[in-house]
Design a protein around this ligand. Structure first.
Ligand code: URA
Ligand code: CA
Length: 442
């Protein structure tokens, strides 16, 4: 087999065989196939697309390019969640203990933040003593003992995806549905859980900008997961604005604990309950979505979910006193109120720009080796549909780098557009996609 022939075949809009796809992924992983070959093939795939069968074969080949995790020593149904990437998305911190509190096993591998999106591991590291580098044995032991553990993604999961993703990023081949679906699902499948819920974001701040594309992507990922013997569902959620009010690390931990105390912002709460209810159904702890949703609401109001959060923090070395005293979390030296530049209803918010403003304040990193400031971030007080005036703050900035405030403000303000006419508050949950089809939310 020659990579040249495979590139030519896709260039001429022909279907690639399973063997050809595997030859490409194996060769690219062991460096016998070069970046220039892979670039040409990715562009041919981007332009001529892959069918469902090719996409499933691509996912399988990427999944087997590295280690696959064996969770068979954990009893019961193991669940996992993936988001296609949001700003201020604190769901894992809430969802993991919430679902675990119903006796469901949540063995979670999470990432760090890069660019304008944050990462669960960084957020958790705001907590004194908390560590995420557990051995596989301890990871499995913790999930068996307290139903939940969160660790950093091991280097060996889907190495082909790491290389392909970097290459797609610089060759304008990111936003192809087959390439996105195989990238996400290869990692989820390698991580070993039995049931997966996917949070597919749609909107200006997301990979997919319109509803139809989001349904297509979600449907494809559900098919891939189910085809590999894993229960898979997807929630399509609007990414018109950051989720909740907090964007950063320590402040997102506070927001998560607020929700677990049955307080906190409604949008974040609704998303966690919706994602969670799908997991509860797939883990067979409830028969219907509504029953599952009610069960989870109960776990928020009776304090059980919060208890499992405390167990999770304690089991991974973290000090838990911050749960009742937020002052013990990292605190910023500079706290600045930010006022709107004009009056009106907020019409749009470019989430990416808000994420970048938070990064400028110190909450994110440009490169994976950069240090982040756990205290830094943005607390948004006004969101889409709210009326703002120039004498009432719309956000609060937190930073230890006073000199960053001016640039962060400029970026932050560029994210907002206003209207004189009233604007509706956007609906968060658009649809749920399962192997049985699409359920649209009204
Ligand atoms: N997230 C991923 O992991 N891969 C993609 O291609 C897009 C989003
Ligand atoms: Ca948030």
């Amino acid at each position: 087999m020659r990579i040249y022939d495979i590139i030519m075949k896709k260039r001429d809009n022909e279907e690639l065989s399973k063997e050809e796809i595997k030859f490409f992924i194996d060769g690219y992983t062991d460096d016998s196939i070069h970046d220039y070959h892979a670039s040409a093939l990715l562009m041919a795939i981007f332009l001529n697309k892959m069918n469902e069968r090719e996409t499933i074969d691509l996912t399988e080949a990427i999944m087997h390019s590295g280690e696959t995790i064996d969770l068979s020593n954990i009893e019961g149904i193991k669940v996992d969640k993936h988001s296609t990437g949001g700003v201020g998305d604190t769901t894992t911190l809430i969802l993991a203990p919430l679902v675990a509190s119903l006796g469901i096993k949540f063995a979670k591998m999470s990432g760090r933040g890069l660019g304008h999106t944050g990462g669960t591991i960084d957020k958790l590291e705001s907590i004194k003593g908390f560590h995420t580098s557990l051995s596989t044995e301890d990871f499995i032991k913790n999930v068996n003992d307290i139903n939940v553990a969160v660790i950093g993604q091991t280097k060996n999961i889907a190495p082909a995806d790491k290389k392909l993703y970097s290459l797609r990023d610089v060759t304008a081949t990111v936003d192809n549905i087959s390439l996105i679906a195989s990238s996400i699902m290869s990692k989820k499948l390698a991580a070993g859980s039995d049931a997966i819920v996917l949070d597919v974001k749609v909107g200006s701040g997301a990979f997919v900008k319109n509803y139809e594309d989001a349904v297509e992507l979600a449907t494809l990922m559900v098919k891939i997961g189910e085809g590999m013997g894993r229960r898979t569902m997807a929630v399509i959620s609007e990414m018109a604005q950051p989720l909740g009010n907090a964007i950063g690390n320590a402040i997102e931990v506070i927001e998560a604990v607020d929700i677990l105390k049955n307080e906190g912002p409604d949008d974040l709460r609704e998303l966690c309950l919706t994602l969670g209810a799908n997991l509860v159904v797939m883990a067979k702890k409830a028969d219907t979505f509504e029953d599952a949703y009610n069960l989870l609401e109960e776990q928020l109001s009776n304090g059980e979910a919060l208890k499992y959060f405390e167990n999770l923090i304690d089991a991974q070395g973290g000090e838990t006193n911050f749960i009742n005293n937020y002052d013990s979390l990292p605190k910023a030296k500079f706290i600045e109120e930010v006022f709107p530049l004009k009056e009106g209803y907020i019409k749009t918010i470019e989430s990416d720009d808000v994420g970048i403003a938070s990064l400028i304040l110190g909450a994110g990193r440009e490169n994976l080796e950069d240090e982040i400031d756990h205290a830094a971030g943005i607390y948004i007080l006004k969101k889409i549909g709210d009326y703002v005036t120039t004498d009432e703050p719309m956000a609060i900035f937190y930073t230890n780098k006073e000199s960053s405030i001016k640039d962060a403000k400029k970026r932050f303000h560029s994210a907002f557009e206003y209207s004189d006419e009233s604007i509706e508050h956007p609906k968060l949950i658009k649809a749920i996609v399962s192997k049985d089809g699409v359920t649209k939310f009204k």
